[in-house]
Structures are given as structure tokens and as C-alpha cells.
Design a protein around this ligand. Structure first.
Ligand code: BES
Ligand code: ZN
Length: 459
């Protein structure tokens, strides 16, 4: 046995060993001790191998690079004896065939950016200034007109929706800062000619409109292209005799940004998902474990959103916790913070079952206290939206290589990989261990370690 007792279940809240988590059992009043004998320790060399394979090519969602990763992940899950599923879903991107804006017949002397979505249309109409396109800026005057608006204060989607509701037939948005051109997002399923221009060009038009009427002409031709991205799902049902009817999900995203290599973001998380799947493959459990790798996280959490939207009501009620690992291996992340800068982010910035269990596990594994904080930006978000306790595990502040081609394997720390995987392994096992009682949503934890909230800078 390579590890000492890590958890004691103590009747009536009696504390027998420091640093342990105390789970109250209403039925099991007898004292129990759990050893880690049932679990083996994550092997950083095998995690490293996964990252080596995955980071050898970019894995942008919808490309062959993603498919190469998906097949590899599926193969490993199968090798460990899991039932696996590759879950396809559509993703869209847009190709600009033509974009032009004319003011009183003269083409403006910069190239506008189309909004993301189907910003197609050929319209010609008077231009009216509509501030930031807040509800209060919308009146009869914009009906049938092209609206000139400023970026800021409300979301792009809200702006466009307000303009559509007010009867505008196109929008030209200028930046609220002098830094270049920033285009926004169209609302889902809305086709509307929408382009962005620089602040300078926008303010010139605002001035011009004070004295002269302007006719604007927009010609935008965009093609919507559908491709397929995938989630990989591996599950293991609990032993029939000990089945709490509960599920835990453990996830990472396998896609990278187009420029790759995504060794830390998020081949590192995938390596932990695979390693934990391997370690849990033969361990007796009373909880269903689902190991998930998501596609299209970098395109807006599309894979994880698709996954949760296709769960049944029953499954949603069964899932007790979601552990998301995203960027868990960089040598250059985490500054001088304890435990290599490991931090647990929740969407609402509050503790939950996942952070409670993991904070206690982290204390056991690293002998340090890790904090929790508030952040979205990864696949824990759609789980949280369903009311499932969820957290994102990463090292913060993030490394300078984040989303750069320099996010390569040579920056990966085996120690950080192992440590993070081990913490999640322990936390998961505290629920899945057949000798511990079932979790009753968030309430099973009576006392854990103290761990602080930290508003740590991310970048
Ligand atoms: N791994 C990052 C998440 C991240 C990075 C969280 C830095 C906190 C700090 C993730 O892959 C990512 O880049 N997410 C996108 C958001 C997503 C909704 C497209 C991001 O943060 O830009
Ligand atoms: Zn990521």
C-alpha cells in the first residue's frame, strides 16, 4: 500500500484524524476507515505520452486533426474496457465572399468585418445614428433604415436584436475604443447585414450625419459551412450489488485553437481523463463514472452544451458532480502560488461538493491548501447551468503560451499532471467508494478542510 488512510467516516461528527473529510452517515453509524488500497496512483509517464500524441498536430474542431484525437481517445477508452460512444454534432463557420460598404456611393477606405453568423444582405437605405442600440435608442426613425451604432454597454446579440425589433434593415457598428475593428455575434438563426468598422470611420460618419443626410449601401455575402465535431464518452456502470444510482462526470476538451499545439490547453486535461479512466477501470465502485472529452470547447463550449442538452431528465438528476480539467500541466503557469498554482473555479464563485471534496483531497496529496475562485470559460459552465455542482481545475495565472503555437509539450510538468490527476482521483473516489454512503446533493459533506476564496488574476 503506497498511501496512508485518507478518509475516515466518523459517526456523529467525531473528529479522529486531522485533515480528513468527514462525511456524515445517517444509516452507518459505525466508524469506518477507508484506505486508498483500492486505488493506484496516476502514472505521469503515461499522461505525458497522451499529450505527446495529441499535441503533435493541431486539433481545431471540425478538422481532421480533431478526428485524429477522437479516434485515439476512443481507442484508449476501449483498451481499458469501457463502453464508448463518439457523439457527433454540427458546428458552423462562415466564409466571406464579399463585403463592401458605400457611403453616398463611395466605398469606405477600410475593410469592414462581418459579424459572426449569417451577416448576408444587400441593402441600400438612409443611415441613422442609433447610439449604442439600447432599447431606449430605438424609435420610429430607424424603421427601414441602416443603423449606425457604437460598440459597448450591451452585448452584440442584444444590439442586433433591438435593431431587428425596431425594423432596421442593416447595421454598421463602430468600435468604442481606438484599437482596430471588432465585430460581434449575430443572434442565433438571424440573417441580418451587420458589419463593424473602426472608431475613426464611425465618428466621421456621426459628424457628417449632423449636417448631411447619408445613403448607405451594404453588400455582404457570406456562406455558412457546416462541419462535424465530436464528444467522446466512456462510461462504467457501478457494481450491481452496490449501486447508488448516481453518476459522476469527469471531463476535459480535446479540441485546440487552430494554431495548435494545445499541449496544456487541453491535451493535459485529456491525459488526466484517460489516466483516471484507466485507474478506475477495475476499481469496485457504487457510482457510475462517465469520462468525457468534449469537442468545440474553443468555439464556445459547443460540445459540452450539446452533451448536457442531450441528457435525459433522469440522468441530469443522477449526476452529482462534474470535474473539469482544463490546463493542468504547464510549468509556466501558477506563479509562486501553493500546489503549483492549482485553483478550482466555479461559475458562481461559491463552494460546492466538487470543491469541498477536492480541497480535502488536495490537502492530502500536496499538504497544501488550494483556493477556489470564480470563472467560467470552460466546459463546467453548461453543467452548472443544469444545477450540477461543477468546477474547473487549472493553474492560474495562466502561462504566456496560452492559445499560442508555443503551447507545446516541452512546457509540461509531469509533477503537475500527476498531482492534479491524483487529487481528482481521490475526490471522485470519495463518492464512488462502495463503502461510503451515497451523496445527498451537496449535503453529505459535514466538515472538510478550510479553503479560501481567491480573486486571482488569470492572465
Ligand atoms: N482553457 C481555456 C479556459 C481558460 C483560459 C480559463 C484562461 C481561464 C483562463 C479555454 O480553452 C478557453 O480558451 N476558453 C475560451 C472561452 C470559450 C467560451 C471560447 C476563452 O477563455 O477565451
Ligand atoms: Zn481549454
Amino acid at each position: 500500500m503506497h498511501r496512508k488512510i485518507i478518509l475516515s467516516i466518523v459517526a456523529a461528527g467525531l473528529i479522529l484524524s486531522t485533515g480528513a473529510i468527514y462525511v456524515k452517515s445517517s444509516e452507518h453509524q459505525a466508524e469506518k476507515q477507508r484506505t486508498r488500497a483500492a486505488l493506484s496512483t496516476p502514472d505521469p509517464a503515461s499522461m505525458y505520452k497522451t499529450i505527446e500524441y495529441l499535441s503533435a498536430a493541431p486539433r481545431e474542431a471540425g478538422t481532421n486533426g480533431e478526428w485524429r484525437a477522437v479516434k485515439y481517445i476512443e481507442k484508449q477508452f476501449k483498451r481499458y474496457g469501457y463502453q464508448t460512444e463518439i457523439q457527433p454534432f454540427p458546428i458552423y463557420h462562415y466564409k466571406t465572399n464579399q463585403i463592401s460598404v458605400k457611403i453616398n456611393g463611395i466605398t469606405i477606405n477600410e475593410t469592414p468585418e462581418p459579424f459572426t453568423g449569417d451577416a448576408s444582405g444587400r441593402v441600400s437605405a438612409p443611415l441613422v445614428y442609433a447610439g449604442k442600440a439600447q432599447k431606449s435608442d430605438i424609435n420610429e426613425k430607424i424603421k427601414g433604415k441602416i443603423a449606425l451604432v457604437e460598440r459597448g454597454d450591451i452585448t452584440f446579440v442584444e444590439k442586433v436584436q433591438n435593431l431587428v425589433n425596431g425594423g432596421a434593415i442593416g447595421v454598421i457598428m463602430f468600435n468604442n475604443s481606438p484599437d482596430g475593428i471588432v465585430a460581434g455575434q449575430l443572434p442565433d438563426n438571424v440573417t441580418f447585414p451587420a458589419v463593424a468598422i473602426s472608431r475613426k470611420a464611425g465618428l466621421t460618419l456621426v459628424e457628417q450625419l449632423k449636417t448631411t443626410p447619408i445613403t448607405a449601401n451594404m453588400e455582404v455575402d457570406i456562406t455558412k459551412i457546416e462541419t462535424t465535431s465530436y464528444n467522446v464518452i466512456a462510461s462504467r456502470k457501478p457494481d450491481k450489488k452496490h449501486d447508488t444510482d448516481q453518476i459522476i462526470t469527469i471531463g476535459a476538451h480535446h479540441d485546440s485553437v487552430p494554431e495548435g499545439s494545445g499541449a496544456n490547453d487541453d491535451a493535459s486535461g485529456v491525459s488526466a481523463v484517460l489516466e483516471l479512466a484507466k485507474l478506475f477501470a477495475k476499481t469496485p465502485i457504487d457510482t457510475e463514472l462517465r469520462f468525457l472529452t468534449f469537442g468545440s470547447e474553443e468555439k464556445g463550449l459547443i460540445g459540452s452544451t450539446y452533451y448536457v442538452n442531450h441528457l435525459s431528465k433522469k440522468e441530469i438528476s443522477q449526476i452529482q458532480a462534474h470535474f473539469q480539467m482544463d490546463m493542468i500541466g504547464s510549468k509556466n503557469a501558477g506563479g509562486h502560488h501553493p500546489a503549483g498554482g492549482l485553483i478550482m473555479y466555479t461559475i458562481d464563485g461559491r463552494k460546492n461538493l466538487v470543491t469541498d471534496l477536492s480541497a480535502a483531497a488536495a490537502k492530502q496529496v500536496t499538504f497544501e491548501v488550494i483556493p477556489y475562485g470564480k470563472s467560467g470559460r470552460s466546459d463546467h459552465e453548461p453543467f452548472h447551468q443544469l444545477g450540477i455542482p461543477a468546477a474547473l481545475f487549472m493553474h492560474a495565472p495562466v502561462e504566456p503560451d496560452y492559445h499560442k503555437p508555443t503551447d507545446t509539450i516541452d512546457k509540461i510538468s509531469k509533477k503537475k499532471l500527476k498531482q492534479t490527476a491524483e487529487i481528482i482521483e481521490d475526490a471522485v473516489y470519495q463518492i464512488a467508494d462502495p463503502t461510503t454512503p451515497a451523496i445527498s446533493k451537496g449535503k453529505a459533506i459535514q466538515e472538510g478542510v478550510d479553503y479560501p476564496f481567491e480573486d486571482r488574476t488569470l492572465e
